[in-house]
Design a protein around this ligand. Sequence first.
Ligand code: NDP
Length: 333
Amino acid sequence: FNSYPDGYPEPGKTTVYDTTETIDLDTVPLNGGFLLKTLELSIDPYMRGRMVRPDTPSYSPPWAIGQVIPSNGVGVVLRSENPEAKVGDHISGFLEHKQYAVIKTLEGLRILDNPNKLPWTAFLGVLGMPGKTAFMAWREYSSAKKGETVFVSTGAGPVGSLVIQLAKIDGLKVIASAGSDEKVQFMKDIGADVAFNYKTSKTEEVLAKEGPIDIYWDNVGGETLEAAIDAAKLNARFIECGMISAYNTGYTFPIRNFFQIIAKSLSFHGFIIGRLTAKWDSEFYKTITPLVEGGQIKFKEHIYEGLERDGEGILAVQRGWNRGKAVVHVADE
Ligand code: NDP
């Protein structure tokens, strides 16, 4: 991490790819730990929130200038002096964005069990943090009932696309928005009853025609949230997952029609996924893993080849240029 962006992150300036540090894989001391080769790294919208100056209020600490950026990743153990991590084990959890790392313990990391040979990238998307976000908050807050109507914004991303599929399993009518016609087609393919491009159709007009809505899954904030409040039924539930429309414009979130929360008795459920995992983790894997393995739940990925394209991926996710879960493929096995 090289400098604070004022607007969108800039590859090569906000983050830089640095090749000055090298290690000898055969001789680097492990000191009781293990040597991990990074295979895949996740690029997520929240990373923009870590690129803020230290005095900015946040729920997670900002990155320090000069630090190697971290995110969820998958790696394979090459050498080990730690009996818990065997050579060949695949490990996921928070990893630094570098090709190799010597790691002391498995604390906070997980050895992956992958008998059906899913791509390792799946453990960063549909079976990783974004998948958990969709599943756990849907179960915790939606109170979904068959026949209800839900509106999902950013419906083509890893979070939104799983929400769409969960809502269809629960028997809801799904209205979904995304920023390109290709994404609209994907949302239709995974079951959305109404899918539209918010850049070429007006959200308030679509919701006026296809609503009113019982549930809004918010990934965007801003005018989309205002349109959802206008289209909400009495007692509608709002699942406040993200507000990406303001991540690159100063993190301020004004809402024109906020009073409707009172007038319509709306429930707003903001959440941070880390706070739901203890409760829902085992049910998530039990429910979602077989559906993914059996092909009933679909997912799409956008792979950036090579660690040197990390910054490009970070920008793409903020701009909407990613067409599926953004992952940097660092190396083959
Ligand atoms: P995606 O991979 O879908 O990437 C983000 C997408 O946001 C872009 O592709 C783009 O899609 C859309 N977007 C970008 N700018 C705007 C804008 N100005 N207006 C509308 N849409 C925009 O992301 P994820 O599925 O990983 O995450 C979705 C949301 O969930 C994010 O807001 C994220 O912060 C949030 N989140 C929250 C968590 C929590 O714990 N609360 C955990 C994980 C994610 P498009 O082309 O459709 O515009």
